[in-house]
Design a protein around this ligand. Sequence first.
Ligand SMILES: [Zn+2]
Length: 187
Amino acid sequence: MPGGKDSGHMKRTGRSAGSAGDVAYRVGLGFDSHRYIAGRPLVLGGVKIPFLLGLDGHSDADALIHAVMDAVLGAAGRGNIGERFPDDDPAYEGADSASLLRAVWDELAADGYRVINLDCVVVAEKPRLNDHVAAMRRRLGEILGVSPARVNVKPKTAEGLGSYGRGEGLAATAVVLLAAPMDSRAE
Ligand SMILES: [Zn+2]
């Protein structure tokens, strides 16, 4: 019986009881940065954050969502955000990046992908983001169809170093582990 007294001594067969059998695991990495500019709202992880500056970019410039999108596209071996949503395409001017991520994820989910976990770092000297982490985790989890417990967001400052340290903009990185159908390995 799993979890029984002797389970630690059971002979291993090469496939743990926790693996579903026909699942492959794929990891993806994403990075993005945008410059601060006056006159735009600050949107991060699909959450509007009160601040005197927003991020400059063709879309809503949500650097965290952009990093997450590149991570999931990378894990699936399906290119990158710039190929999907070119920044010279008027269709994406001012676009809601959360909606774009939802469209990308709906495509992957339809092909059998699911998120094991997502971990993110946001490097921002200002504003302080700690009070918004829970909302960002909820929003990202909702878009990706998983519990916020599988989504982690870690705000960091740059300790005053370089352009991020001077508060000229912010950067985000994301790493995601996806479970994929076994037959997707050859894509
Ligand atoms: Zn971006």
